[in-house]
Design a protein around this ligand. Structure first.
Ligand code: IPM
Ligand code: MN
Length: 383
């Protein structure tokens, strides 16, 4: 198969972790006999620095004409004071919209042996295996109107006090937007433990009341799935009290952004979390962690979130389930052997670098893939 991808390394630790993810991709492609065609493009701060546009037209074109997009991270303090449309994040949000990826899947799994990396007691976090389904194209992130209006930042009134400005963001959801993301969650639940926990703030927000109604009516098409509704404040508490109880957590854009970072902390490190953004013609795959400018360029970032995003890419954009599982098993194998990046290691333990972890996983992919081949050929001999 031809794996025709656009690679967007982006900012901060994005390029470092993406390099390791591409290494693992090449290793799985070699082992399973696939060709790769990779186009590297700028996004975010890197694109602002190059052409003063966080999502240049040739990046959009490349993404739309490839089969999937692998992204590192966007965000850089250098552009903190830029107007909204010239911030790195604006590039990512526009890309999500251009690709029509309304469904963001963020699995949070406690890998066996990593219980000690969690700030929670091992017996609480053990067995945690949830899928956060975050709506990605609606809510506060995209709702209109949005503005900051009133006096400019520097102006002061006659009395010398700053004039007061007003900021507006709009949370908006339509029924079809809620329905399509709810269906994604229920479909996933059918392949998992058949539980959907829908998270909202229906005691306060109209958006959430509509959310609850629509999710409840979609649930009628999935009688085998157990649906529960949870207020977001209470869900935040339950996540730390009983993380292993969650199966599919369905929620809107902003709540999903917040709760997925929390889930990362719970399972040991945000650096482990991968994501798939799907629902349009081209899928977008990125680690959840962001650009982490404080550790960029030090060679200590955890590449596993990016590497596991490649597994999701192979699964969701190419239906290459065996290849995806091979990467996931290779990650487990590196962790089982005791290898840890700095974010995962309890203080005294020896740590390995970003590139060492990448090479270990790429190596493990080769070994595990040949085992798969052995099984397949034995199977053929038997038939
Ligand atoms: C994420 C990030 C993004 C978001 C930022 C970088 C725009 O935090 O993917 O979780 O808020 O969606
Ligand atoms: Mn986030």
């Amino acid at each position: 198969m031809l794996l025709n991808l656009t690679i967007l390394p982006g900012d901060g630790i994005g390029p470092e972790v993406t390099e390791q993810a591409v290494l693992v991709l090449q290793s799985v492609a070699d082992a399973f006999g696939h060709q790769t065609q990779l186009h590297r493009k700028h996004i975010g701060g890197a694109a602002l620095a190059a052409v003063n546009d966080p999502l240049p037209p040739d990046t959009v074109e490349a993404c739309l004409s490839s089969s999937a997009v692998l992204l590192g991270a966007v965000g850089s303090p250098a552009f903190d004071h830029n107007p909204n449309h010239l911030r790195p994040e604006a590039g990512l949000l526009r890309l999500r919209r251009e690709l029509g990826v309304f469904a963001n899947l963020r699995p949070a799994v406690c890998f066996p042996g990593l219980e000690d990396s969690s700030p929670l007691r091992p017996e609480l976090v053990r067995g945690t295996d949830m899928m956060i389904v975050r709506e990605l194209l609606g809510g506060l992130y995209f709702g209109q109107p949005r503005s900051i209006s009133g006096a400019s930042e520097s102006s002061t009134s006659q009395s010398g006090t700053p004039d007061s400005r007003v900021a507006v963001n709009t949370m908006r959801y339509s029924e079809p937007e809620i329905e399509r993301i709810a269906r994604v969650a229920f479909e996933l639940a059918m392949k998992r433990r058949r539980k959907v926990q829908s998270v909202d703030k229906a005691n306060v927000l109209e958006c959430s009341r509509l959310w609850r109604e629509v999710v409840t009516s979609v649930a009628k098409d999935y009688p085998e799935v157990k649906l529960a509704h949870q207020y977001v404040d209470s869900a935040a508490m339950l996540l730390v009290q009983r993380p292993a109880d969650f199966d599919v957590l369905l929620t809107e854009n902003m709540f999903g952004d917040i709760l997925s970072d929390q889930a990362g902390g719970i399972v040991g490190s945000l650096g482990l979390l991968a994501s798939a953004s799907i629902g349009g013609p081209v899928g977008l795959y990125e680690p959840v962690h962001g650009s982490a400018p404080d550790i960029a360029g030090k060679g200590i970032a955890n590449p596993l979130g990016a590497i596991l995003s490649v597994a999701m890419l192979l699964r969701h954009s190419f239906q290459l389930e065996r290849e995806a599982v091979c990467i996931e098993n290779a990650v487990s194998s590196a962790l089982n052997q005791g290898y840890r990046t700095a974010d995962l290691a309890p203080k005294s333990r020896a740590v390995i670098s970003t590139t060492e972890m990448g090479s270990l996983v790429a190596q493990a992919v080769k070994q595990l893939a040949s085992q798969v081949f052995v099984e397949v050929s034995r199977d053929r001999l038997r038939r």
